[in-house]
Design a binder for this molecule. Structure first.
Ligand code: COA
Length: 394
């Protein structure tokens, strides 16, 4: 077979067939299993959307009730995971703690070591049910507060907020997080989903694939953009400061976090519309619209000055902030939402697997020879350092 050269970043390159999620970047459309994201955001729940992503169909009432209670029954995590969180050295960031805990979770799973379809579905259920608990426990640990155990009577998002805060959220707050989680549940072959599928394609297990995905989501060009976007909004502080701040950032060639997208170049990220509406409703209800007006103003300035649209992270950030979620927990909340999509993709990968193994285009020197150590002059290391350092600058 001939070699096809993809551009850097694999932009525009199709690597697999999938029945899970469709993104139309030109028209700004996003579909889960063929259903427009707007319909799901407005009418569905996170649990129902997870069912849709995994099974390909919406559940009937009976199926949904059974699915919800199965998810709720799997929320508690083994005591060893709590002790692991307590024992982690050096106070790791929440995403580091989540990555470590999810990896360890495999050891507590009765289906660990089994890779048939039912075992993988069980693992997907447990991961989706337990990740909010791990995140909430770690939040309480950082705050030196007692952990709040899951309440099986509450819906998925409502229980998540309850465990984070230690008190039951208002119905609109629970609905707001539920909607945000639906909107973040999947997004075709984004970097973390691709990472999960690459890991699964080696026939490694579901936990390894999700651990890869969490490590990939952690980067600021992907999931951590929501945290960076909120930090930027907090730094801007006031509507008056928005224009000079953005002008200075663009003049310094900085990236404005929460703007731009690999796929939505001509159309707007459709998730923004629903997050922005929900943010508005939430702010109105709470009687403080500062973190609605500020992002709206920043978005119009960035559009005018740089032609970039906001992406999901830019409006998810103030929404999560308004819900009282600490900024460094935004990306873990994203992970707890996206786990539905990751696991759906991993199961799809197993169904029709072929090892994902591309090539690199070697551009280095050829035909060199091994030089004994006493004859080396050390120039190579010095000349490599600046190249690496430059690549790391954002
Ligand atoms: C998401 C992202 C990585 C996609 O980028 P991409 O398709 O790889 O595009 P590139 O990084 O090649 O950027 C193309 C051009 O747009 C500019 N650009 C893209 N996003 C930008 C941003 N957020 N702020 C400022 N400039 C941006 C780049 O500087 C580049 O300009 P140049 O051609 O003058 O050098 C990019 O838009 C970005 O870094 N956004 C901020 C992080 C973010 O919000 N990530 C979450 C995505 S959901």
């Amino acid at each position: 077979m001939g070699t096809v050269v993809a551009n850097a970043g694999l932009e525009g390159f199709v690597v697999t067939d999938s029945r899970i999620c469709a993104v139309d970047g030109e028209r700004g459309r996003l579909l889960y299993r063929g259903i427009d994201i707007g319909e799901l955001a407005q009418h569905s729940t996170y649990e129902e959307t997870v069912y849709l992503l995994w099974y390909g169909e919406l559940p009937n009432r009976e199926q949904l009730e059974a699915f919800k209670s199965r998810l709720a029954s799997e929320r508690e995590v083994d005591e060893s995971i709590w002790h692991l969180l307590l024992a982690l050295p050096g106070r790791p960031q929440p995403m580091e703690a989540l990555r470590t805990a999810v990896s360890a979770l495999a050891c507590c799973d009765p289906d660990n070591g089994f890779d048939h379809q039912e075992a993988n579905l069980n693992k997907a259920i447990r991961l989706t049910a337990k990740m909010p608990t791990i995140i909430a426990y770690y939040h309480r640990r950082i705050q030196n507060k007692e952990r709040v155990h899951p309440d099986p009577e509450l819906g998925h998002a409502e229980n998540f907020l309850y465990m984070l805060r230690g008190e039951r959220p208002k119905p609109l707050e629970a609905r707001a997080l539920d909607m945000a989680m639906i909107l973040m549940a999947d997004h075709e072959l984004n970097a973390s989903t691709f990472a999960a599928r690459v890991t699964a394609s080696t026939l490694s297990d579901m936990y390894s694939a999700i651990t890869s995905a969490i490590g990939t989501l952690k980067g600021p060009l992907h999931g951590a953009a929501n945290q960076r976007a909120m930090e930027m909004l907090l730094e801007i502080g006031s509507v008056e400061n928005a224009e000079p701040y953005i002008e200075a950032a663009l003049a310094a060639k900085k990236r404005i976090m929460g703007f731009g997208h690999r796929v939505y170049k001509t159309g707007m990220d459709p998730r923004v519309v629903y997050l922005r509406e929900m943010l508005h409703e939430l702010c109105m209800r709470l009687g403080d619209c500062h973190f609605y007006h500020l992002p709206v103003v920043v978005a119009s300035i960035v559009k005018e000055k740089k032609g970039l649209h906001p992406n999901v992270d830019f409006f998810a950030a103030p929404l999560l902030y308004t819900l009282g979620i600490p900024v460094n927990f935004f990306t873990p909340v994203f992970a707890a939402s996206r786990v539905a999509g990751w696991t759906a993709h991993v199961m799809e990968q197993y169904e029709n697997n072929r090892l994902l193994r591309p090539l690199s285009n070697y551009v280095g020197p050829m035909d060199r020879h091994y030089v004994p150590i006493e004859q080396r002059n050390g120039h190579l290391t010095e000349s490599l350092t600046p190249v690496y350092a430059e690549a790391c600058v954002q």
